[in-house]
Every structure is written in structure tokens, then in C-alpha cells.
Design a protein around this ligand. Sequence first.
Ligand code: GTP
Length: 344
Amino acid sequence: MGGRPVAMPEQAVILVGGLGTRLRPLTYRTPKALLPVVNRPLISYELEWLRRAGVRQVLLAVGYQADILRGALGQGSAWGLDLAYVEEEEPLDTAGALKNCAARLHGRFWALNGDLIFDFDPAPMVRQHCQKGAVLSLTLRRVEDISPFGLILRDECGQVTGFLEKVSEDPTGQRTVNAGVYLMEPEALESVPPGRPWSNERNLFPGLVASGATVLGFLPETMPYWLDVGRLDTYLQANRDLLSGALPWVRAETAAGASLEPGARIIPPCSLAEGVIVRAGAQVGPFVSLGAGVEVGERARLRETVVLAGAKIGRQAQLSEVVIAPEEAVPPDYQQQGGVVFSG
Ligand code: GTP
């Protein structure tokens, strides 16, 4: 297939219809995409990357908790984007969800797994995709330990030649795996059956490669940050990393409307949202995010912890590496290391 004119995509699809089972119980009430990381919804990091990449319209492929997502994210003006919602009656899996959006796609588009925080320069990938006339380009990342991942194999021109699931040895030595960020032409979806579950990794991608389509693997020269925020440990890690400055445009800040009583101590980096109250003698940090309206009682101690909006931490409670669900009341003197506090 010949080259195409180089043009940055103006549309994107973000897949946000999953159940988020690995982040239960947090995701029973809050969709994964809306869980805050440093006091911004997880999905806002992808929206920001897409806006910087020149995208104007983002289709959110929704199903489970669609109304909560729609209510929270609205039309997208807060992110300088036009957001539209494409709903599935039954979960269609990742490729089925993209197919469900096909009628609204007018040209080249980004497709993203909805639970990632990442940063890399998209322009070289778009250039290579267009110049080589690809129907699909898969962003790759290089990992040390390949055993938990599926490997993506490429030839010297970047054409994907195969997929190897969860092996301990890489015969090519490339150690490149799927980063969950795809660049597609609408015709990449032609083979996907409408209205039934179909998977990107298991069905669509191997099918395209087998059919002889131009499918490229693109390994960015630098990938300053990449994390799959699908589990509790990676959710806490995202919070730690971003508070530490992993993305230069994310700052650990105390909102003007947060209040600290005399003797309250904040050990940076921390993020305190509007309406937070930290009572006398409490010690917060390092690596703590307190959501809007959170109250930390006298002499409580919190480190490496995320407290979601409206929760109240009793006096002298001690919490480390914990996530506190929204509106929870943590009793005085309560102690917990690791896990979630959620009373349903
Ligand atoms: P777990 O249940 O914990 O595995 O999380 P998940 O439901 O998010 O699944 P997974 O992490 O494998 O999904 C990757 C991305 O695809 C996530 O952003 C999901 O929201 C999304 N996704 C998975 N299945 C579907 C689906 O059937 N429809 C849509 N629209 N998105 C999906």
C-alpha cells in the first residue's frame, strides 16, 4: 500500500466501558476513568495528551456506568475538546467497542485504552504511519521483564509480524510490548463484526496481520512516562509518580481554599484540594492526595495515601499506602497499612 499525506488525527476513541474489577470496591461507585490521580480524573491525562496532539473530538466508548461518566465529563469544554458518548447495550470488548463508533469516525483516529497515563511525542508516529500507508500502528514500549505481557514482533521495516503471549524468553531480543495506544484508519475496522464482542489483541490485530495489511509497531524514541492504572498498587504508584513530577505539567499543590490548623504538618509532595481541613498536630505526607472537602483529624498521620472527596479521617488515625473511598468516615485511632477503606 502506498503512502498517504501526513496529517495529525482530529478524532480519538477512548475505551471506557470496562468493569474495572481489579479496582473494586472503589469502582463500584466511581468509574475507573474518574478515579482521581493527584486530584484530577484519571481520564483527564489522556484527554490532555490528545488535545496537545491536535485532536478536536473524542468519542468515549461507554457501557457500564455510562451515566456517571456523562454527568462528570459533560461535553468536554473543561479540556478544550468536544466529547461525545457512544454507548454499548452489552459490552462489545475492545474491537467491538471501536466498531460501534465507526459511523462517527471521519478519518484517521487514535484509539486508547482508558486506564493509562502516558506521555510521548505523537508526531513521529503519525509521520511513519502515513508515509508507510499503514492501516494500524501500535505504540510499543520496551520492558525489562516480558513475562507478564504479550510480545509484539516486528521486521526491520517496522511491520508487525506476530504476537507472542506471555513467554519468558524473547527470541528477537526486542522486548517490545503493547502500550495500549493505537493509530488507525477507519478501514482497519472493516473486518470487525458489528454488534458482537471482538477483541483488539485476540481478534482484530492478529487478523489484520494475517490478512497482509500494513500494521506497524512504533517504538517512540523516548517515552517519558507510561503506566497502566488498572490495579490498586499501580493506582497508588500513579499518585506517587505524578506528585514526584513525572509529568512536568502536573504539580503537587495546595488549593487556596484548603486550611491547615496551627501545628498541622504537610510533608511534600502532597496535593490538597479545595475545602480540605487538616487539624492541629496532624501529619500528612509524603505522597498524599486529599480530595475536595476531606478532613484530617487531630494528630492523624497519613503517608502514601489517597483520600477521595468528602472523606473524614478520625483523630490519631494512622494510614499508609491506603485509598479511602469518597465520603468514608475513618474512626479515631484506626490503623491500616495497604488496601482500601470502603464501607459500601
Ligand atoms: P478489569 O476488569 O480490572 O480487568 O478492568 P477493565 O474492565 O478496565 O478491563 P481492561 O483493563 O482489560 O480494559 C482495557 C480498557 O478497555 C479499559 O479502558 C476498559 O474500560 C476498556 N474496555 C474493556 N472492555 C470493554 C468493552 O466491552 N467496551 C468498552 N467500551 N470498553 C471496554
